[in-house]
Design a protein around this ligand. Structure first.
Ligand SMILES: Nc1ncnc2c1ncn2[C@@H]1O[C@H](COP(=O)(O)OP(=O)(O)O)[C@@H](O)[C@H]1O
Ligand SMILES: [Mg+2]
Length: 107
């Protein structure tokens, strides 16, 4: 799941001078992973569809990446299998912010 999100953050970034931020947070009862990257501006209605199978963005920033559009759909299934939530948000400056929230294991 994490590899997939970080890979996306790299290959769907701007061609040069892009940045990726990975943050983890743990607090009682919950753990959170945030993967955020620079890139082209993404319309919110497009972002809402990106986790659907075979759904790819319209603009390719890196021609050497020929994905099938399944990565985020698989990530979504993994998150759901662990009773978590996946949130995608367009960054106002361009690029994407992906948040995975997972319940912490009960003791
Ligand atoms: N971190 C990201 N930044 C910008 N766009 C992204 C990011 N992750 C995914 N996307 C967009 O969502 C689409 C679907 O992602 P994904 O399911 O992983 O498919 P793939 O990477 O194979 O194209 C991508 O084609 C891209 O347009
Ligand atoms: Mg992908």
């Amino acid at each position: 799941m994490t590899t997939n999100l970080v890979h996306n953050a790299v290959v769907h970034n701007q061609p040069e001078g892009g940045a990726v931020w990975v943050t983890t947070t743990a607090r009682p009862g919950a753990a959170e992973l945030v993967v955020e990257n620079t890139g082209a501006a993404l319309p919110p209605d497009l972002v809402a569809t990106l986790a659907e199978p075979f759904q790819r963005g319209t603009e390719r920033t890196r021609s050497d990446h020929a994905g099938a559009g399944l990565g985020l759909a698989i990530v979504d299934r993994i998150v759901r299998a662990h009773d978590g939530t996946l949130s995608l948000a367009a960054r106002p400056e361009g690029g994407l912010r992906v948040t995975v929230a997972l319940p912490a294991p009960s003791r």
